[in-house]
Design a protein around this ligand. Structure first.
Ligand SMILES: O=P(O)(O)OC[C@H]1O[C@H](O)[C@H](O)[C@@H](O)[C@@H]1O
Length: 545
């Protein structure tokens, strides 16, 4: 057994998990439950009262956090300690949204000045492109941005731009290419004019196959359409921590925006990786996004654990995963602009906490990161919510909704809100057999049939959910919301004692993919791998079944 599962607090939580009354009873017994179990900070309001929890639950979970030295681990992250131990790196995405007055030391150096310099470089670039001062090779202003990147170098820029659509003030269009499937870039290029298109190649490592291949294809297209080699600098810029590789690749040194080893890919939208966002919403709005995240950082670093929003959310997620065998967690955004957020949180959490050894290499004997999935409400209510209500799996849910819509038409927002609240209510209270029978009382069915149908209509309820509200979706509230989930992920990783900041599984996939590519490109049939891989490669080489 690991130290964690041996602890008396862990054992107490396991015993306590069997004794929690149904949430219906908890609400009936405590009229102040909503005010006692809600929390407001950084423009966000969290209602966590619809959780399987009593005051004792929170006490025990907070004790678990204290025993895991969560406080000290939070401090270590903010201080720039090497907490990504397997890659020997500090984890300082929080420095990207620090104030210019702060001083944050990484590897013996204050990194705030570099962060500010890069923001200033972004600012100049955004002004130059959006004012039309930056010209394409035929003297025309830029109209379209193509952002090429994958993973963290894609999801953040794409999903934040989508979420902040009402703040697109610069008149530019933006297109995102991530997949190495040639269809993705081909379909985008069909729409574009090389004279007015600017490509942003985003790759922290400058070594990711998909991004390099897509950039080469974009460059070949640009040259084939009339641009010359000397025009490339007017149409290609890069964001990377590997400046040498970017220059070797042919990107003009002035057109390279730096990032650093201490920023993880999935935590990088706050760096120059966010350049496409800044080009769309303008630098002032981009700085507001950073400000919102910084406010959440300040809250996370300073609020007592019991009043700390990322801590509360992290603890409840751990509660269900470790003590109720919940294998997945659903994020339901009741806002069309936030429809991409579940995919963003999916990478953030699953790549961070999809681990099975502790920092010292011991195999965990508890579940770590759950499957994160979700979608936009109300669409999901007509699809997968059925499983949330009546399926056998326990799936804790986060409902996220702004109180004010950017598009307040007629009754739309009232209906959206009532669906959101109605779902959390239905999940919590369910429907008993007696209630189902009462609903059928006036039907002409026989008693036997009524009983049968009623059994199918029973919903156990007691399904946990958090509801997160904000006044309105703004760059600042979005910044706070994303930082909240980053820290929620951290809290769980800290208690599980895993490294939330490496991704060796993904790395192996990349290596093996390259190995297969080499075999696909040869003349001979593949014979050296396992029979299935050999067989598939040989079929591919034949091009037909
Ligand atoms: O930015 P890059 O170096 O091209 O990396 C892009 C992505 O590569 C891998 O898939 C990593 O697991 C991601 O975290 C990263 O964001």
């Amino acid at each position: 057994m690991t130290i964690l599962t041996q602890s008396t607090t862990w054992q107490a939580l396991a015993a306590h998990s069997q004794q929690i009354p149904h949430m219906r009873e908890l609400f009936a017994g405590d009229p102040a439950r909503f005010s006692n179990m809600s929390l407001s900070t950084c423009g966000l309001f969290l209602d966590y009262s619809k959780n399987r929890a009593t005051p004792e639950t929170l006490n025990l979970l907070l004790t678990l956090a204290q025993e895991a030295k969560l406080d000290a681990k939070i401090k270590a992250m903010f201080a720039g300690d090497i907490i990504n131990t397997t890659e020997k790196r500090a984890v300082l995405h929080t420095a990207l949204r620090s104030t210019a007055q702060q001083s944050i030391i990484a590897e013996g150096q204050d990194i705030v000045p570099e962060v500010q310099q890069t923001l200033n470089k972004m600012q100049q670039f955004v002004t130059s492109v959006t004012s039309g001062q930056w010209k394409g090779y035929t003297g025309k202003a830029i109209t379209d941005i193509v952002s090429i990147g994958i993973g963290g170098s894609f999801l953040g820029p794409k999903i934040v731009s989508q979420a902040l659509r009402p703040y697109w003030i610069t008149g530019l269009n933006c297109h995102f290419v991530a997949n190495v499937d040639g269809t993705s870039i081909s379909e985008k290029l069909k729409l574009l004019d090389p004279e007015t298109t600017l490509f942003i190649m985003s790759s922290k490592s400058f070594g990711t196959q998909e991004t390099l291949t897509n950039t080469l294809t974009a460059k070949a297209w640009f040259l084939a359409k009339g641009g010359s080699q000397s025009d490339v600098a007017k149409h290609f810029v890069a964001v990377t921590s590997n400046v040498a590789k970017a220059t070797d690749f042919g990107i003009d040194a002035d057109n390279i925006f730096p990032m650093w080893d201490w920023v993880g890919g999935r935590y990088s939208l706050w760096s120059a990786i966010g350049l496409p966002i800044a080009l769309l919403i303008g630098m002032d709005n981009f700085r507001s996004l950073l400000k919102g995240a910084h406010q959440m950082d300040t809250h996370f670093a300073n609020a007592p654990l019991a009043e700390n929003m990322p801590v509360i959310m992290g603890l409840f997620s751990l509660w269900y995963g470790n003590f109720f065998n919940a294998q997945s967690h659903v994020v339901l955004t009741y806002d069309h602009y936030l429809r991409g957020l579940p995919a963003y949180f999916q990478q953030l959490d699953m790549e961070s906490n999809g681990k099975s050894v502790t920092l010292n290499g011991t195999h965990v004997d508890y579940s770590t990161g759950p499957v994160i999935w979700g979608g936009e409400g109300t669409n999901g209510q007509h699809a997968y919510h059925q499983l949330l209500h009546q399926g056998t799996a326990l799936i804790p849910a986060d409902f996220i909704m702004p109180l004010q819509s950017h598009n307040p038409i007629g009754e739309h927002h009232d209906q959206l809100a009532s669906n959101c609240f109605g779902q959390t209510q239905a999940l919590m209270q369910g429907r008993t057999l007696d209630e189902a029978l009462a609903e059928l009382s006036k039907s002409s069915l026989s008693d036997e049939e009524k009983l049968l149908i009623a059994k199918h209509k029973v919903m156990p309820g007691n399904k946990p959910s958090n509801t997160l509200l904000m006044d309105k979706l703004t760059p600042e509230t979005l910044g706070a919301l994303i930082a909240l989930y980053e820290h929620r992920t951290f809290v769980q990783g800290a208690i599980w004692d895993i490294n939330s900041f490496d991704q060796w599984g993904v790395e192996l996939g990349k290596t093996l993919g390259n190995d297969v590519l080499a075999r696909i490109g040869t003349e001979q049939d593949a014979t050296a791998l396992d029979a299935s891989s050999n067989g598939l490669i040989n079929l591919y080489r034949q091009g037909k079944i």
